[in-house]
Design a binder for this molecule. Structure first.
Ligand SMILES: NC(=O)c1ccc[n+]([C@@H]2O[C@H](COP(=O)([O-])OP(=O)(O)OC[C@H]3O[C@@H](n4cnc5c(N)ncnc54)[C@H](OP(=O)(O)O)[C@@H]3O)[C@@H](O)[C@H]2O)c1
Length: 238
């Protein structure tokens, strides 16, 4: 079980969007230290955090950060990218490869590098930011979905393998959030702050999974129903 007020938190992609909201709320909840990681550390404007340079696609940078930040107890794998386009598009393979680098291999590299750190600090926790798109897809988010499904599976394996060292692994699933990533999408969105509250609440309660918003809860509930919910497209126009 994780208490934010005793945590040393590392958040990837903390310069904007959901990552920035994670950093702000960690400070509000009295975290001992907040490492705010970004590709460009100069883009970290938030007072009270320790800026860290980290491109999650660089194995060397991930190694360096894991060696330098030996006090981390909570790793939030938030950095992510979404490219839009159909699965039968000419460039779908390239799109999936690019997104896998950030959305799957990034969190995997960080989890591998920080597992010993978390263990040394008593177990700690990892939050992986997944999506409603781990379970249901749509025409725009087809290739992104592939990567978020893969990241879900990776998260489940991680949880099993880290149980012995008492590391809590939390999968955050959520639908549309009002950030740059959904700019121009005419759909109902929740705020990053709402998602962060739900996530930290779940973390402090020892949860393995948080379904942050209603659409995600509905899709999750419908997964065992008939006809299968994932035969439908994720509505992307409000
Ligand atoms: N918005 C949604 O509707 C939604 C829904 C479900 C899940 N999510 C997930 O939530 C997470 C945060 O997304 P967001 O909505 O906050 O998007 P966002 O506003 O576009 O922010 C994405 C963040 O990821 C960072 N990033 C991208 N590539 C990176 C790399 N190679 N190394 C390090 N950082 C990198 C970006 O840094 P730069 O500023 O350097 O680009 C930025 O800080 C993502 O995992 C996303 O898939 C979002």
């Amino acid at each position: 079980m994780m208490n934010l007020n005793q945590a040393v938190v590392l958040i990837t992609g903390a310069n904007r969007g959901l990552g920035l909201a994670f950093a702000k709320e960690a400070l509000t909840r009295g975290a001992k230290k907040v490492y705010a990681a970004a590709r460009n550390p100069a883009s970290i404007q938030l007072e009270g955090v320790v800026p860290v340079q980290l491109d999650v696609t660089s194995a060397a940078e991930v190694q360096r950060v894991a060696q330098e930040l030996g006090d981390v107890t909570l790793l939030i794998n938030n950095a992510g990218v979404a490219e839009t386009g159909p699965i039968l598009g000419d460039n779908a393979v390239d799109m999936i490869q690019r997104q896998l680098e950030v959305n799957l291999y990034g969190p995997l590299r960080l989890s591998q590098a920080f597992a010993p750190v978390l263990k040394a600090n008593g177990g700690g926790a990892i939050v992986n930011v997944l999506s409603i798109a781990s379970w249901i897809t749509g025409p725009l988010l087809a290739t992104y979905s592939v990567t978020k499904s893969a990241a879900w599976s990776m998260t489940n394996a991680l949880r099993q393998e880290l149980a012995a060292q008492h590391t809590q692994v939390l999968a955050l699933h959520v639908g549309f959030i009002d950030t740059d990533l959904t700019k121009g999408m005419e759909v109902p969105k929740v705020t990053p702050e709402f998602v962060v509250q739900r996530t930290y609440q779940g973390l402090e309660q020892g949860a393995s999974q948080v379904l942050a918003d209603e659409p995600t809860q509905q899709v999750h509930a419908a997964l065992s129903g008939y006809p299968d919910i994932y035969l439908n497209a994720l509505p992307q126009h409000g």
